[in-house]
Design a protein around this ligand. Structure first.
Ligand code: MN
Ligand code: MN
Length: 462
């Protein structure tokens, strides 16, 4: 064989994952930049699931969606959303074809790891005021010390009125802070394991230090200020959901600005393209649904998590109204479980299996299975569906790759895929590769974000 023949045979027989930049033209790069800029605005505005739902409802109404009530009439081409307690959202557009052809579902989550306040948070000690906290989701606790934090959330007062709180995001706002130990005195701390260096009960948030009277009563002084600003009293914290999130804004990373750092890419970096794909859809053949779920980071339980019956209740209701058999609808439905994967990081290359990892700038990543210790806990997509998605993306010019979450037996994780698959719906995981996942400031690539958007659009329109 000559050199040319070898080249051709290679191209024909051997697989190769491609860099997005080798596959897109100038016009697409412009689109990619515009999408990245829209996304950065979204992620700065939506740091909690409540804020993401509010944003999505506003955008949906602008795009002609209306609020759905159980049992209501629906029509082909109709665009609806179901707002579940302000914390999760289901959007759907009724297709022109029979519902028994199945629904094209994309499901992302809009909660992210963070630091929640306890129900009796406020105290003073050592001449400083603090909030007690309980972290939410899988975090490396030491990463959340010594960074600027903002408080977000809702308080229900004794008269049942509600107060929304966001403080620490505006440049003129104060921020909040979790103390760490100075290296000079950290001899014992640094000899501990990384996981034990900052125990959960040390994640106390510094909120002030000015006494009320004769150098005393710091707690009371802080409660007085909080009361003047928000009209709440100490017992109102009991019926509150207040959370501390990083006060960082999304920023481009690198001389070439090819990457974006932000808090909560996992999983709003999938939620946003999924949302955009359904907002932009016009008269689809198949019925399309996008779910923005809560509670994924704590196991998807509860009424707003993906394990809730709500998901099936909605499908059941639409099926009944359109005279379709619900079981048949679910059996024919297909779903992209839209969640992030760990991008290969050469700084920690030893935890990845590089032949099966996702790489930055290699496009949207399809994850056939998740789980840990012998695929435990995964729904593991079937070859037929992976084949369908693969061929669809190739046809539609979506640059994609496959990825496994780390080496075998290195750890692992799960997504909402299994809860949807358990309802007899065909599912595969699909999303953006992330660097430093679950850190207060995570990194993704604009090219991968753009290809994820293209992937959801292709899925919804085919
Ligand atoms: Mn996730
Ligand atoms: Mn996560």
């Amino acid at each position: 064989m000559n050199e040319l023949e070898v080249k051709e045979l290679k191209k024909k027989l051997l697989g190769e994952s491609k860099n997005v930049y080798a596959c897109i033209n100038e016009e697409e790069e412009k689109e990619m930049e515009a999408f990245a800029s829209d996304y950065s605005k979204f992620i700065d505005a939506c740091k909690t699931e409540r804020e993401a739902v509010k944003f999505a409802v506003e955008e949906a109404e602008k795009a002609g969606f209306s609020e759905y009530k159980f049992g209501q009439e629906i029509k082909k081409g109709g665009k609806y959303y179901y707002n579940n307690r302000g914390k999760s959202l289901t959007l759907f557009v009724i297709g022109s074809e029979r519902l028994e052809n199945g629904i094209r579902i994309s499901a992302a989550h809009i909660d992210s790891p963070r630091i929640d306040l306890k129900q009796h948070p406020l105290y003073e000690e050592g001449e400083m005021g603090f909030f007690k906290t309980h972290y939410y989701g899988g975090i490396k606790k030491y990463q959340w010390t010594a960074i600027p934090l903002a408080l977000h959330g809702k308080v229900i007062k004794s008269d049942n009125t509600q107060v929304d709180i966001v403080i620490g995001e505006d440049d003129s706002d104060p921020v909040f802070y979790i103390n760490d130990l100075l290296p000079h005195l950290a001899k014992d701390q640094v000899s501990k394991s990384l996981g034990e260096g900052i125990p959960g009960e040390k994640l106390n948030i510094l909120i002030g230090s000015r006494p009320l009277y004769e150098g005393k009563e710091i707690k009371l002084a802080l409660m007085k200020l909080i009361n003047e600003k928000y009209g709440i009293v100490e017992d109102d914290f009991i019926s509150a959901e207040l959370t501390a999130v990083p006060a960082f804004k999304a920023r481009d990373v690198g001389f070439d600005r090819s990457l974006i750092a932000a808090y909560g890419h996992d999983d709003r970096v999938c939620a946003y393209p999924a949302l955009r794909s359904i907002l932009e859809i016009q008269n689809p053949e198949n019925t399309v649904m996008v779910i923005l779920a809560d509670k994924e980071e704590v196991g998807s339980g509860g009424s707003t998590g993906m394990q809730s019956e709500l998901f099936c209740d909605i499908i059941k209701d639409i099926s009944a109204t359109l005279g379709a058999n619900e079981g048949a609808v679910r059996a024919a439905s297909i779903c992209l479980s839209a969640d992030v994967n760990a991008a290969f990081d050469p700084n920690f290359g030893e935890v990845y299996e590089s032949r099966n990892s996702s790489f930055i700038n290699h496009g949207v990543v399809m994850t056939k299975f998740t789980g840990s210790r012998g695929k435990s806990g995964t729904s593991d997509a079937d070859a037929e569906f992976v084949g369908y998605v693969r061929n669809l993306f190739d046809r539609e010019g979506v640059v994609w790759q496959t990825g496994e979450l780390g080496k075998v037996d290195q750890g692992g994780g799960g997504t909402v895929a299994v809860y949807i698959a358990n309802k007899n719906i065909t599912v595969v995981d699909l999303g953006v590769p992330v660097i430093s996942m679950h850190a207060p400031y995570e990194v993704i690539s604009k090219a991968d974000l753009y290809m994820t958007y293209k992937a959801f659009k292709a899925f919804a329109n085919n």
